[in-house]
Design a protein around this ligand. Structure first.
Ligand code: FPP
Length: 257
């Protein structure tokens, strides 16, 4: 990732830089189909998908979007052929090693969310190293979900909270929504403003179920490797046209009784 200025020249005039989402979450779907469409092995789709992610991260950073969270590997993805799982683990590790220096220079703070314990130990080592080396960076938060499953995350939070209660360190009547949020992997970041899902599927696939409660969703038929700057702009412009009411009614004065 080389330092680059905001590519405002290619940016649509409809985009309002004052109304950008602060946290964008992405379900990067369609790598396999992208490759198959071209007669390439599925793994080529993942390789190209990694390039796309790098470009989107760079764009977010240049535009001042504070947090990007990407779903790279779900708890269900272990069910894929061994060669594909192995390839992905290798890809994560190689990319981390290759990109770390530039992430450090560009102010990217990388974090991994999910249960990292079953990952190959060499990958776990790279993960720990990259998180430690970027922990003081502040330009953009980059969360990568690996072996992530939202229901498991919520169960873990409940167990951790229950343990605190059992130890007498937490009283049940002080537990509120904020408490739950604080026990999730994403405790350091506000909830996503925008969720993008590529390749047309209209589901959440066990991704950030708690955190997405009031997130705006954008689904495109484009396969992830083809999700370029113009596609990203389209998603942001769509987001900017939404009327985010958070369950309330806008343009009406709030009545207090
Ligand atoms: C979903 O497409 C994609 C994945 C399971 C892997 C995503 C991983 C990357 C893009 C690499 C990112 C790298 C880092 C370091 C985070 P799919 O295989 O489900 O596509 P299909 O639905 O067409 O089969």
């Amino acid at each position: 990732m080389t330092a680059q200025l905001v590519s405002t020249t290619s940016t649509s005039i409809d985009l309002d830089f004052k109304k950008l989402p602060q946290h964008v979450a992405i379900i990067m779907d369609g790598n396999g189909r992208w490759a198959q469409q071209r007669g390439l092995p599925r793994l080529e789709g993942h390789r190209q998908g990694a390039n796309t992610l790098k470009e989107i991260l760079r764009t977010c950073k240049n535009w001042g979007i504070n947090t990007l969270t990407a779903y790279a590997f779900s708890t269900e993805n272990w069910g894929r052929p061994l060669t594909e799982v192995g390839f992905l683990m290798n890809l994560f590790e190689r990319l981390l090693r290759k990109e770390l220096q530039e992430m450090r220079e560009e102010g990217v703070r990388i974090r991994f969310i999910g249960d990292l314990s079953p990952l190959p130990s060499s990958l776990q080592q790279e993960i720990r190293y990259s998180m430690a080396k970027t922990r003081h960076n502040q330009t953009i938060n980059f969360n990568v979900a690996i072996n992530y499953g939202s229901r498991k995350e919520i169960v873990k939070a409940c167990r951790d909270i229950a343990e605190k209660v059992a130890l007498g360190e937490l009283s049940p009547d002080t537990i509120d929504e904020n408490t739950i949020s604080q026990y999730l992997y994403t405790s350091a970041n506000p909830d996503p403003d925008l969720l993008i899902r590529t390749s047309g599927e209209m589901r959440l696939s066990n991704f950030l179920l708690w955190q997405l409660a009031y997130t705006e969703m954008y689904v495109t038929d484009t396969f992830w490797p083809d999700f370029d700057l113009q596609q990203f702009e389209k998603a942001i412009i769509s987001y900017q046209k939404r009327d985010r009411r958070f369950g309330k009614i806008t343009a009406m004065p709030t009545l207090s009784f």
